[in-house]
Design a protein around this ligand. Structure first.
Ligand code: SF4
Length: 276
């Protein structure tokens, strides 16, 4: 099975980011082959066909590199979230290399790249990342180390242990790394064993640990959606208790722990209330 590929032209490569501490967002593709069942990105994807058939259609922004080359000369340097509504290292990137070219342009022109991915393809670009250590950070989303769980919610993303190995590799090259444990889904990946394993991994890779609960969206409340029951449970779930436990485990392991609604490494931890 392969996605349907279309191409589009864009007027802007760096868009303003709504996420705190990210100045810009850069998404070389629209849509995402990984097709995670919880993916919120479809809500921010304005091409209806892609949003409604999430994972089946990918639009390649064919002129993004050329537009970016111009923008880095006229826009103020800042932190760029790479892959905020798509995974910039999804399989199609292996042939199009738009992410590779884009990060290279950003880093050569004084911008900071903050990459979030589930795909080990990011390792292909280690040469660029290593050359620009200190101006780039890489975060891997790992919701569980158990493939049986991730295959339910992230059916086409690389297995979690492969992501963990990639996290080790990036970190061992001296690049700033982080682990994103989210969404936390009631009775699926909210158990202590999962949390401890992931915090251990963050500790072993010297990564910041971000976490976030399942944010219930209308598309999950359709009874035929695989997360329907979990989404209903999430509404009355004791999130505060769980978050406190996560912080306690992180403290024990001396891992820096932050709420994931603000998941770029430069952000400061605020009170938990803001995230409940
Ligand atoms: S990898 Fe990210 S953007 Fe892609 S489907 Fe999963 S959550 Fe959405």
């Amino acid at each position: 099975m392969k996605p349907k590929i279309t191409s589009i032209r864009v007027r802007e490569a760096l868009s303003k980011s709504g996420l705190p501490d990210l100045d810009y967002a850069l998404n070389p593709y629209m849509g995402c082959w990984h097709a995670c069942t919880y993916c919120y990105a479809r809500l921010y994807t304005h091409l209806r066909d892609i949003a409604e058939n999430w994972g089946e259609i990918i639009a390649v922004k064919e002129n993004i590199v050329e537009v970016l080359r111009h923008e880095v000369k006229v826009k103020k340097p800042g932190v760029v979230g790479v892959g905020t509504i798509t995974d910039a290292y999804q399989p199609i990137e292996a042939s199009y290399k738009l992410t590779r070219q884009s990060i290279s342009i950003l880093l050569d022109n004084g911008f900071h790249a903050s990459i979030q991915t589930k795909n080990t393809l990011v390792l292909r670009d280690l040469d660029i990342l290593v050359e620009h250590r200190g101006k780039v950070d890489v975060g891997f989303t790992i919701t569980s180390l158990d493939k049986k769980i991730t295959s339910l919610i992230e059916p086409r993303a690389p297995p979690p242990k492969a992501r963990a190995r990639a996290l080790y590799k990036v970190s061992s090259e001296g690049i700033e790394t982080w682990l994103f444990y989210g969404p936390i889904i009631p009775r699926l990946n909210d158990d202590l064993e999962t949390i401890k394993e992931l915090v251990e991994l963050a500790s072993a890779t010297n990564s910041v640990f971000y976490y976030d609960k399942l944010r219930v969206k209308p598309f999950m409340l359709n009874p035929s959606h695989p997360l329907y029951i979990a989404a209903k449970r999430a509404r009355n779930y004791p999130w505060r208790r769980l978050y406190e436990k996560i912080h306690e485990i992180c403290r024990m392991k001396r891992v820096e722990c932050r709420p994931g609604m603000e998941y770029t490494p430069t952000r400061q931890t605020s009170t938990l209330d803001k995230y409940l």
